[in-house]
Design a protein around this ligand. Structure first.
Ligand SMILES: [Zn+2]
Length: 276
């Protein structure tokens, strides 16, 4: 057995590094817990009832947009709807909530990728988020296919792909480990051919170099999971502040316990005591 520990702090998303399997670190305030070392052992998380905004630190009764107080949720560009729907970027109308933040985060190269967490899906991410983004989704495979100059352009490309491929992960399927292995390079070739007219139209609009095909190798990911759940029951601190069980695995931003699963990212900002 590893030494018993108890720590308290506000949750932020788990840190994850690729590997065989991926390595997860739970983060609560300044405290850290190596979760891989706790596999097969008892783990208890207890919400103290407090939530602190991850941006300004003020106490909030409810969490908005994964860990923000209401004023920050209404004020920050990262909480605006154009983050989820980048094709609706309104920077050029002069209405970006934080133009400087937009310039450093949105006007940067973005990658359009195919991934497989619960089946084929398309997604976009900032280049600096590779490969973390895929690990956070619990993807077992990923393949970057196109590179563009801005978040908005990646949104236009994604919209095109959505006619052919889902942009969602079925988290229950992901947690059950039921994703079937896919030929991502084959899917890429098929989709690029099928969507060629739409891509051409976007290149005519943004410049022929604006949307670049990538020819990298596919990524594959392994997760520290002793046992996948056959029936997925989820814990929710808002309904029951204590979550306890034997840690059977970690995948995406979920802890898999023998008593149910919990999406820690959903509870960003929640102050918890972790006993392991
Ligand atoms: Zn705030």
């Amino acid at each position: 057995m590893t030494d018993a520990v108890a720590l308290t702090g506000c949750l932020t998303k788990m840190a994850v590094e690729p590997g065989s399997p991926a390595r997860y670190t739970l983060r609560a305030g300044d405290e850290r817990l190596d979760l891989n070392a706790r596999l097969g052992q008892p783990l208890r998380l207890t919400w103290t009832g407090a939530i602190a905004c991850t941006h300004c630190g003020r106490a909030t009764k409810k969490s908005f947009g994964q860990g923000h107080c209401y004023p920050c949720f209404k004020k920050l560009a990262r909480c605006d709807s154009c983050i989820m729907k980048p094709e609706q970027c309104h920077y050029f109308q002069g209405t970006c909530r934080e133009p400087e933040w937009g310039e450093t985060h949105c006007f940067r190269p973005h990658v359009v990728y195919l991934a497989n967490a619960s089946g084929l899906k398309v997604g976009i991410t900032r280049e600096t988020q590779v490969p973390t983004r895929w690990l956070d989704q619990g993807a077992v495979q990923a393949l970057p296919i196109l590179e563009v100059d801005s978040r908005q352009q990646s949104g236009f490309v994604e919209v095109l792909f959505k006619d052919e491929v889902s942009d969602r992960t079925n988290w229950r399927t992901m947690l059950k480990g039921e994703a079937v292995e896919l030929d991502l390079p084959g899917e890429r070739d098929r989709l690029l051919e099928r969507l060629a007219p739409g891509l051409l139209a976007l290149r005519e609009r943004f410049g022929h170099d604006a949307i670049r095909e990538l020819d990298g190798a596919p990524w594959a990911f392994e997760y520290p999971v002793l046992e996948h759940p056959t029936k997925v029951v989820s814990h929710n601190f808002d309904k029951r502040p204590e979550v306890a069980g034997t840690l059977l695995g970690i995948k995406g931003q979920y802890l898999i316990l023998d008593s149910g699963v919990i999406n820690l990212r959903k509870f960003t900002g929640y102050e918890v005591t972790v006993e392991a």
